[in-house]
Design a protein. Structure first.
Length: 96
């Protein structure tokens, strides 16, 4: 079932994202990150929440790796990247 939010259409079953009808190529991690944020609109997710959501409790990734993924995801989303907000000292959220 496609998820439409703002000008994005996310198709989880096909692992695809479209902005304004144009496909956006995302890595597995970027797709998971976007899905996690969109699945909890308006809710602030800490870096640790994001890592647990992406990798479970067994991860050997620094929480700062989330920042790098967010930067890449925003860049790939172009103008729609503005919907991913940084909540200083807390984490990230997707604007409703």
């Amino acid at each position: 079932m496609p998820i439409a939010v703002h000008d994005l259409v996310i198709q989880p079953d096909q692992h695809t994202v479209y902005r304004g009808g144009e496909p956006i190529e995302l890595s597995r991690t970027e797709f998971g990150l976007l899905s996690l944020l969109v699945g909890r609109p308006g809710q602030v997710l800490s870096r640790q929440d994001i890592l647990s959501g992406l990798y479970g409790n067994q991860h050997a990734v620094s929480d700062r790796a989330v920042d790098v993924q967010i930067v890449g995801l925003r860049r790939k989303l172009g103008p729609a990247g503005k919907y991913i907000e940084t909540v200083r000292g807390m984490g990230y959220r997707f604007k409703e």
